[in-house]
Design a protein around this ligand. Structure first.
Ligand SMILES: Cc1ncc(COP(=O)(O)O)c(C=O)c1O
Length: 355
């Protein structure tokens, strides 16, 4: 099996320690161990295979699904991979939105799937091409892969569109993987969890972004009980079970959900004002205003050169669009401390004058 490089990850990891202002990464600020509360003594000699009942109950509550539709995984990354392992065979047709989050096509390509792309263009606000969906999806589509909110564009797909997608999937007999790691970032405008719309959807998510808990490596997969049984069987051959410690830490985080939402809302609103002003003032930059805190502006110029000058001369890290399949864009996130964002944007402005 040929393993492709995960280019975005390698780029971010190789520059993260030297940059001063990371405005490329997609996490909100982390919760500390102290905030998550003292851990009770626990039996570390084993772990619940599909996640502890308490964690599954909390995930079911926030997603409005039933507990037996929840499988706890090691990050959304594992959840996405398990969906591919379960549903795909060599030669299966997978359609992925483009610009994309890289693993959402590479992981499936690695499993032998044939990939084609569904374009989401900035001229159309990164909306899904719902009117052309029938022609855009090959007859033999097995899996359609989408994100909601969209990474990298930050656009939300609402319940009405989800219902249209579900009826097409029903008619044409395929499944839709909906990666919802950014869904909560739209707060009360957040779209419904796609599994509540139809069992044609398989939903993946994690506390890595909204709760800043990428290090605990917890995620989840939500699917009909019938399908989830098969996905759970696949997990027995990957990581077997989530870490008992991480399971407990995530329970702590989800119990603090209201507080986290208040904190994140304040931060995103404050930062959004800064980015709105910055985009307004930069003649060479245009964007689709996002529904969350991840955005994908375009730059009239050489984005790779801009990224390297910004990093070298000003310590600002952005994620060039080539990693998402759209070279004249870059991913700009604004979920970090406001002072970091401000300095990062100032660095980017200076770099634009130097390229
Ligand atoms: C759309 C999307 N899905 C999944 C992941 C990975 O999530 P996790 O850290 O929970 O594995 C990311 C991380 O950037 C992402 O952007």
């Amino acid at each position: 099996m040929e393993i492709p490089p995960f280019d975005l990850l390698e780029y971010l990891v190789s520059n993260i320690e030297t940059c001063r202002y990371d405005i490329a990464g997609s996490n909100l600020p982390p919760l500390s161990l102290e905030e998550l509360g003292p851990l009770e003594d626990m039996d570390l000699s084993w772990a619940y295979l599909g996640g502890s009942p308490e964690l599954r109950k909390l995930i079911a509550e926030i997603s409005h699904v039933s507990e037996d539709e929840v499988l706890v995984t090691q990050g959304a990354s594992e959840a996405n991979f398990l969906v591919g392992l379960t549903l795909l065979e060599r030669g299966s047709k997978v359609v992925v939105e483009r610009p994309f989050y890289e693993p959402l096509y590479k992981a499936f390509q690695m499993l032998g799937a044939r990939i084609s792309y569904l374009p989401r263009s900035s001229e159309k606000g990164f909306d899904l091409p719902i009117d052309h969906m029938t022609e855009s999806l090959p007859e033999d589509t097995r899996l359609l892969v989408l994100t909601n909110l969209y990474n990298p564009g930050g656009t939300l797909t609402d319940g009405g569109i989800l219902r249209e997608l579900a009826s097409l999937a029903e008619e044409r007999d395929f499944h839709i993987l909906m990666d919802e790691v950014f869904r909560e970032a739209a707060f009360e405008r957040a779209p419904p969890c796609a599994l509540t719309v139809s069992h044609r959807f398989i939903v993946t998510s994690s506390p890595s972004k909204f709760y800043g808990l990428g290090g605990v490596r917890i995620g989840w997969c939500l699917a009909s009980t019938q399908l989830l049984k098969r996905i759970r069987a696949a997990k027995n051959f990957t990581t077997v079970a989530p870490s008992t410690l991480s399971d407990a830490l995530t329970i702590g985080a989800l119990k603090m959900r209201d507080r986290v939402r208040r904190r994140n809302r304040r931060l995103i609103n404050d930062n959004r004002k800064l980015v709105d002003e910055w985009v307004e003032q930069e003649a060479d930059v245009a964007w689709v205003p996002p529904d969350g805190y991840v955005s994908f502006p375009s730059f009239r110029g050489d984005v790779d050169r801009l990224a390297s000058v910004a990093l070298r001369n000003h310590g600002t890290l952005i994620a060039p669009g080539r990693f998402f399949g759209a070279e004249n864009h870059f991913r700009l996130c604004f979920g970090m401390e406001t002072s970091v964002l401000r300095s990062g944007l100032e660095g980017l402005t200076k770099a634009m004058k130097e390229v």
